[in-house]
Design a binder for this molecule. Sequence first.
Ligand code: GLV
Length: 302
Amino acid sequence: MKIWVATEDIADGLAGLPGLECVVYDGTGPLPAGIDEVEVWVPPLVPAADTPGLMARMSALRLIQTVTAGVDPYRPYLADHVTLCNARGVHDAGTAEWAVGAMIAVLRDFPEFAAAQARGTWARHYTGVLADSTVLIVGYGSIGEALERRLSGFEVEIVRVARTARGDVHGQDELPDLLPDADVVVLLVPATADTAGMVDARFLARMKDGAVLVNAARGSVVDTDALLAELQKERLRAALDVTAPEPLPRDHPLWTAPGVFITPHVAGSTPASVRRTRKLIHDQIARYMSGEPLKNVITGLY
Ligand code: GLV
């Protein structure tokens, strides 16, 4: 069975499985031969250029197993006979840890202190703090749970929101009432037709003065111009691991907007994710080859 995988490390992890012809394709450079024989594709973390075109040429394709939680680059182009599985769980630790670090960085003015350090300036001032604040997690799935576990020692109140209400998780329709009380709003929703532009001018207007928007989801979830307007008024602050457009062009006004801390979509790019990815792909391909049910199959809207 021919499988294309994103990294040498994933290929190494599969070495013990018999019957595999494993080819590493990291999404850059020349395309390996035999695209029409690829039965399983483990695409790269950063989607290959013309992913829909590649998928259309993979006539033998049966399974796409992503190394990401998000499946937005594949889902709209999926043929009926192809199963799509995501990497649920793999990036929980890295992304949750990034979100904690990013909200603290913004609240405690780390970017300003780093800039002052670069100038050799001892610039003392009071800052905000995470303690005693309310953190609203929008898109409460496995990353949200990991974030809540990590925040448990920070003396904050956590409010959970998912698409539909369940137990102590609020439904998305309650957001207008929940936003005004949140000091930090963390976005962890998947990119779907439902969430595109969800954080628009009205959403942002419901957030309290000085609140921090943390985006570890996708740039498309936020209306960039509406966010820029709030940042430029210095009414809201933001920590963004994802942006629209992405990568952010060099001259984009978001880079220099006040109160924004930007990282280049790296929340999950850590050795923890690499280790977990290797294991997930190994176990999933072993299941596929022995005909066992696959994990993390994407059905319905998500
Ligand atoms: C990263 O962005 C992911 O979707 O896992």
